[in-house]
Design a protein around this ligand. Sequence first.
Ligand code: SF4
Length: 571
Amino acid sequence: MKPSPLAEILARRTAEGELYEKLPNDRVRCFACGHRCVIPPGFDGICRVRFNEGGVLKVPFGYVGALQLDPVEKKPFFHALPGSRALSFGMLGCDYHCGYCFTGDTVVLTDQGPTTFADLFASCARTESRPDAELAFPEGRSVVAASGTLRRLRGVVRHPYRGELVTIRPFYLPPLRCTPDHRVYATTDPEAPPALVPASDLSTDHCLTIPVRVAAEVLPARAVRSEPVAAASIATAAHGIRSIGARTAILEYDDPLTADPHAIVTADNYLVPLRGVEREPYEGDVYNMEVDEEHSYLAGFFAVSNCQNWVTSQALRDPSAVAPPQEITPRELVKLAHEHEARIVTSTYNEPLITSEWAMAVFKEARAAGLVCSYVSNGNGTPEVLDYIKPWVSLYKVDLKSFRDRHYRELGGTLERVLWTIRALHEKGFWVEIVTLLVPGFNDSDEELRDIARFLVSVFPDIPWHVTAFHKDYKMTGPDNTSVATLLRAAEIGAAEGLRFVYAGNLPGQVGKWENTYCPGCGELLIERYGFRVLRDRVADGHCPRCRRFIPGFWRVPAAGAEAGAGLAAR
Ligand code: SF4
């Protein structure tokens, strides 16, 4: 596959990594993040910015992809040098990737007839590049969703993928190839409604579903009836669908006039049995799309889930991460911090763990100059990377996106790894704050919020937990904005479970006391805020001015060159 111009530029701004080990046959194992990629020569890791060049792991170095001056409250750190400025830099790359994609030859049904994913992408009027994917935006196109109804197509995503694919082989229709986590509508019981099943969990006991309404629109009337129908009818459906519209899909399927198991017609769907499910290695582009309302579409005529992961993962990212790379030295960054009176330097925007060697080069210079260093991270850590950054990093924010492992797997990680990282960060003496962006319908149930709060209490009840409001961005129509009521409900759940410092963010002036810090002992107002602005700071040397209770946090800048944790007042 030809590298993009951006990838070529980035490949030049590299240095040999330190967070890896050499393996036989010039392979390397990277341990900068929880994926612990084993990378053969000539390949890159899941993050796509660390790669094996002749048995040497090359890592990003010497550039920033975003640079900004922010209040530390925006990171957010609420218990660290209140009101300070943080010089924030990011690089490119992310170690969480979409696991919901099909190969480009997969046929999808659109308002203009069947087409392949690759052709649909190519037909879009406008495309945008992301560091790890390309997005294509159609004008006025619709696709057939799982209900059989046309729904507006918002965009198609294409990105490189290297890993396992699942090949689903239905009777009578061509096979489908998708990433293992991709969920498809399937059932083992014709009496039960189809449910979303990850492709890797499918077996020959399952049937895939084709909405009857689709068949009704394109099939002769004899093919649609409420009793079990012969295989030939399903094959006819494929012919019928094949013949509609301007574009023609290339379909190859078996002779329908065999003794293969019958498909079944229910009130809503054709249920098509499977002849096999296999796994195979793959390297190449994969595709998905974002569909309005139902978040589903037909792939190879079968109902599958929309890549809501793409929607969510884009929403969870900071748009500042996308910027042309700009060469800079650690010394220049420190100089900029001083010029702008920043007391903190932060690696943020992309995932800092995967560019830790560069961040430490900056932070060594920054610590020597008396600056406090911090990470804003997804928490996909390893023992090696945490020990590597510990001498330099004082503050560490983790995005705890959900307490459901399946959500993390959709994003390309695991919940267990993030929970391990949070606990390890606290035990190793970093000042840790946690953020959960509340996305309606994704992670905002009482039960899930309670699970998060209970876990955090089990680590350290004084960990600040920021529940923040999701705003529709990224041209989305998916989840709604987070309401004030939801934010308040989450904050109250956190406090009821025993967290002493819970904050509600992204809705300044609307969440009452939840923007402020109060003494857990006497209730005294300690820090008053409006959004990211500190209106009053009454924490005197880490204590409540009224009852003198100790308030955990990072309240003073350690001396230049002192150990990174020296400003911590947490235990
Ligand atoms: S940083 Fe993570 S994703 Fe990137 S190569 Fe290393 S282990 Fe793999």
